[in-house]
Design a protein around this ligand. Structure first.
Ligand code: SAH
Length: 227
C-alpha cells in the first residue's frame, strides 16, 4: 500500500520543476517535495492527479493544499533542522510530512477526528514522526511552546493571539519564531508572516492572495450556536 514507484517519482520531479518556475526558490523545500510521496496522502482514486499543482478533496469538505501553497508556506517558515514547528490543520498529513523531511520536530492539531486518525496512520507507515492531537489549533499547544515556526493551513479572519504568543523569542544564535497564516474572508485570504522580534514585539509582512478552507474556532462555533 505504501509503495512509491518510478512513475510517481518522475511526476514528482516534474512538479518540482513546475514549482521552481512558479517562483519557489528554496532548494531544501524543493528537495522535500521531491521526496514526499504526495500520492499516498490522497484517496487511491485521486492518485493519478496527485502531482498536478492543485488542491484535492480529502473528505469532510476539506482539501490537501495545492503543492504551490505548501511550498510557499514552508518557504516562509524558514525551517532549520531541529526546529519545533506547530501545524494547525493536519488534514491529510502531507504538510506535516514535508516539515519532517526538512528535519523539524513537528506538532500538529486537527479538528476533524477521522482526518487526524487517517493522517497519523499514513505518517507512521511512511516513517514520519509527529506529535498529533485532536482539537482547536487556533489556541496553539502551550505544553510544547515556544515554537520556531507555526503554520496555519486554514484561512483565519484574524490572527489568533495565542499563536503569536507561542512564538520563540529571538536569541543570540537563532532568529525569533515565525507564524505563517492566511488571513481574510471566506473567498480569499492574504498570506501573513509574523516574526517575533522581542518580548511582545512582532514584525508583520502581508503577502500574496490564496484561497483556503476556513479556520474554525471553537469559540466562534459556540457564539454561532447562541440565539
Ligand atoms: N495541512 C493540510 C491541509 C488541510 S486543509 C494538508 O497538508 O493536507 C485545513 C485543515 O484544517 C482541515 O483539515 C480542517 O479540518 C482543519 N482545521 C480547520 N480549523 C481548524 C482548527 N481551528 N484547528 C485545527 N484544525 C482546523
Amino acid at each position: 500500500m505504501m509503495e512509491d514507484d518510478p512513475l510517481y517519482r518522475r511526476r514528482r520531479l516534474r512538479l518540482v520543476e513546475a514549482l521552481r518556475e512558479k517562483g519557489i526558490q528554496d532548494e531544501r523545500v524543493l528537495a522535500a517535495i521531491a521526496r514526499v510521496p504526495r500520492h499516498l496522502f490522497v484517496e487511491p482514486a485521486l492518485r493519478a492527479r496527485a502531482y498536478d499543482d492543485v488542491a484535492l478533496p480529502i473528505g469532510l469538505k476539506q482539501t490537501i493544499s495545492q503543492p504551490f501553497t505548501v511550498a510557499y508556506q514552508t518557504q516562509l517558515l524558514e525551517v532549520r533542522p531541529g526546529d519545533r514547528v506547530l501545524e494547525v490543520g493536519t488534514g491529510s498529513g502531507y504538510q506535516a510530512a514535508i516539515l519532517c523531511a526538512l528535519g523539524a520536530r513537528v506538532f500538529t492539531i486537527e479538528r476533524h477526528r477521522p482526518l487526524l486518525e487517517r493522517a497519523v496512520m499514513r505518517l507512521k507507515a511512511l516513517g514520519y514522526r509527529v506529535v498529533a492531537r485532536y482539537g482547536d489549533g487556533s489556541l496553539g499547544w502551550p505544553a510544547f511552546a515556544p515554537f520556531d515556526g507555526i503554520v496555519v493551513t486554514a484561512g483565519a479572519t484574524e490572527i489568533p493571539a495565542a499563536l503569536r504568543e507561542q512564538l520563540r523569542l529571538p536569541e543570540e544564535d537563532r532568529p525569533g519564531g515565525r507564524l505563517v497564516i492566511p488571513v481574510g474572508g471566506m473567498q480569499q485570504q492574504r498570506m501573513v508572516r509574523v516574526r517575533c522580534t522581542g518580548p511582545g514585539t512582532y514584525e508583520t509582512e502581508t503577502l500574496h492572495l490564496f484561497r483556503f478552507v476556513p479556520l474554525v474556532r471553537e469559540s466562534s462555533q459556540m457564539q454561532r450556536r447562541q440565539p
